[in-house]
Write a protein that binds this ligand. Structure first.
Ligand SMILES: Nc1ncnc2c1ncn2[C@@H]1O[C@H](COP(=O)(O)OP(=O)(O)OP(=O)(O)O)[C@@H](O)[C@H]1O
Length: 291
């Protein structure tokens, strides 16, 4: 483990922001720290970065402090600097960096063409990617990224997530998000934080084991009511609920659904646009754990 905390606690005045957190981050992993606003993500990352002191418990980092880089949730840069100057400054503060490294990270962050522009005119997505470039330039072993994608539009999020995914194997990344889909996409391991407590930590599959019930998502053109009525009479169907013009059908096993579902839909005279196993159980489990 490159990061391990034991019974970590943090109080602000009388209020616990972190309570008994045992975090463990394997070296080389992309770890997603997910939880609603106020769960304690910023506090935890701040403690790992050495920017805040825990009230109790301990941290063990299996990496030199100088090889840890942090990106705050809203990186601020002097607006008159160019993109390149921001990354050059970061490079100067980091360990000695090889010649050309600044250009490499600017290109990786998709900012090669914008490097000579002043950052005052950068979009939010560009600023976030610039922050990542500045964080990556010293080739840190551990990157701590606070909500790097949360404030961005879908295209901006995509770019930042791709960038994080490309760091896999080159560095360990811990990033926080309140958007489950983001961590689901790029993380090997996730930690779910709520009210300062780590409710779950492990792989995504482990999160689903024993919690999620298999289900099918049907997108239908017509005949939804007839399909719902007929499906509710099937022994292998555990639940049927509408979703837009379609249905979410809980099933005893995916195997039974694969065998019988299309037959039932045909019998009901339903027009089908698409159907397939639903992957949103994760969202349900997450909501169940965090609300
Ligand atoms: N400096 C501080 N002083 C007092 N209370 C604080 C301070 N920083 C955080 N808190 C409180 O600690 C709790 C955890 O906050 P934190 O910012 O760590 O959560 P978060 O999960 O990062 O939330 P968000 O997603 O909204 O940034 C919150 O209740 C917050 O109000």
């Amino acid at each position: 483990m490159i990061v391990e905390t034991s019974a970590l606690g943090k109080r602000y005045g009388g209020r616990a922001a972190l309570d008994g957190v045992d975090l463990s981050v394997p070296a080389g992993s992309v770890y997603g720290l997910v939880g609603p606003n106020g769960a304690g993500k910023t506090t935890l990352l701040g403690i790992l970065a050495g920017l805040r002191r825990p009230t109790s418990g301990s941290i063990r980092l299996d990496v030199e402090r100088g090889r840890v880089a942090t990106l705050p949730d809203t990186p601020q840069f002097d607006p008159w600097l160019t993109g390149r100057e921001v990354v050059e400054l970061a490079a100067r503060l980091a360990a000695p960096t090889p010649a050309g490294r600044v250009d490499v990270v600017l290109a990786e962050a998709g900012l090669a063409d914008a490097a000579a522009r002043r950052v005052g005119g950068f979009s939010r997505g560009m600023l976030q990617r610039l922050g990542l470039a500045a964080t990556m330039v010293g080739e840190p072993s551990l990157l701590l990224l606070d909500e790097p994608a949360s404030a961005l539009d879908p295209a901006g999020r995509r770019e930042v997530l791709d960038l994080i995914a490309r760091l896999r194997g080159r560095a360990t990344v811990v990033f926080s998000s309140h958007i489950l889909a983001d961590v689901q996409e790029v993380c090997d391991r996730i930690g779910i934080l709520r009210d300062g407590r780590l409710l779950f930590q492990g792989g995504l599959e482990q999160l689903l084991v024993g919690r999620a019930t298999p289900a099918y998502r049907l997108r239908l053109k017509s005949g939804t009511d007839a399909a719902a009525a007929l499906l509710r009479r099937q022994q292998w169907v555990t639940s049927v609920r509408p979703e837009g013009a379609g249905l979410i059908v809980g099933v005893r096993t995916l195997d039974e659904a694969e065998t019988h579902l299309t037959g039932v839909l045909a019998e009901a005279g339903t027009k089908v646009i698409s159907l397939g196993p639903r992957e949103a159980e994760l969202e349900d489990v997450f909501l169940e754990l965090t609300s």
